[in-house]
Design a protein around this ligand. Structure first.
Ligand SMILES: Nc1ncnc2c1ncn2[C@@H]1O[C@H](COP(=O)(O)OP(=O)(O)OP(=O)(O)O)[C@@H](O)[C@H]1O
Length: 267
């Protein structure tokens, strides 16, 4: 369980990134955070693995206030929290498999990882996770040879190989075309549910949020302005979160329609 208790974050320049956030996210939920650019979505997600540190309140992850953690325990927290980024963050000059094995860093130790000395069980785990996202046949090629959709799958496989309790995905499909975005989101949701992971995803397309979220959290100017199950969400909800009418640009578009109109990226 993740619990924000009156959490605020003031950046060094005085900007209030988060304002008095109270929020409980239960184990196994697939939560999507929406809001205009600058609303605080990344700040909220990045607080959960302390990539940024809130300046007041309590942030409880697995019964522990992570705002009190020091170096050694921060590493433990980060082993339990897998991260997926818009830019994939994979190392392009090494193989796909080595990238996925990087997910074992927190478990295996840096030196062994650098020397490529992974136990057989890690190799098996990495391969099975590549299989789960449908790119096991790419295991031994250089990551630079992959398409964007494939690179994002590598980063999902890496996060799973970490065997985390929580996955944070910061705009995971913002660099992908619409059909590929849907495929990657489907994979992310499926594997999260299979492993019972708590998953928190920032998305800026409203239709994507509606299609994949169990629950939507809306932010505006660092404040939580909506929190509810997907069944309760309507167009009006988004208009309230965004503070303006919905525009076509807020939608990624229909998957099937896009498939006919565009040449889908091969994945
Ligand atoms: N290091 C920083 N110092 C000062 N202000 C910051 C810093 N990082 C972010 N901000 C500001 O905090 C606010 C929230 O930023 P954040 O990146 O969390 O928003 P977001 O909702 O994820 O937006 P986007 O979709 O554009 O990434 C923005 O106004 C941003 O300019």
């Amino acid at each position: 369980m993740i619990e924000f208790k009156n959490v605020s974050l003031v950046y060094p320049n005085g900007h209030e990134g988060l304002k008095n956030i109270d929020l409980t996210i239960n184990r196994g939920e697939f939560v999507v955070i929406v809001g205009m650019s600058g609303a605080g979505k990344s700040t909220l997600i990045r607080s959960i693995n302390r990539m940024v540190t809130p300046t007041s309140g309590e942030l409880i992850v697995d019964n522990e206030d992570i705002l009190k953690l020091k170096e050694r325990n921060l590493r433990k927290l980060r082993t339990n929290v897998g991260m997926i980024f818009q830019s994939y963050n994979i190392v392009k000059r090494i193989s796909v498999l080595r990238n996925v094995l990087a997910g074992r860093l927190g478990h295996t130790g840096t030196l062994r990882s650098l020397l490529g000395m992974f136990p057989q069980s890690d190799l098996k785990l990495a391969m099975s996770n590549l299989e789960r996202v449908g790119i096991e046949e790419k295991a031994y090629i250089r990551a630079s040879n992959l398409s964007g959709g494939q690179q994002q799958r590598v980063s999902i496989a890496r996060a799973l190989t970490q065997q985390p309790k929580v996955i944070l995905a910061d705009e995971p499909v913002a660099s992908l075309d619409p059909p590929t975005s849907h495929k990657v989101m489907k994979d992310l949701k499926r594997v999260s549910k299979e492993d019972g992971l708590t998953t928190i995803v920032n998305l800026h397309f409203i239709d994507m949020a509606m299609e994949y979220a169990d629950r939507i959290i809306g932010l505006r100017n660092g404040e939580l302005v909506f929190d509810g199950p997907i069944e309760e969400v309507t167009e009006l909800t988004f208009e309230e979160i965004y503070g303006r009418p919905i525009k076509e640009d807020d939608l990624i578009g229909n998957e099937e329609k896009m498939d006919e109109e565009t040449q889908p990226e091969q994945i």
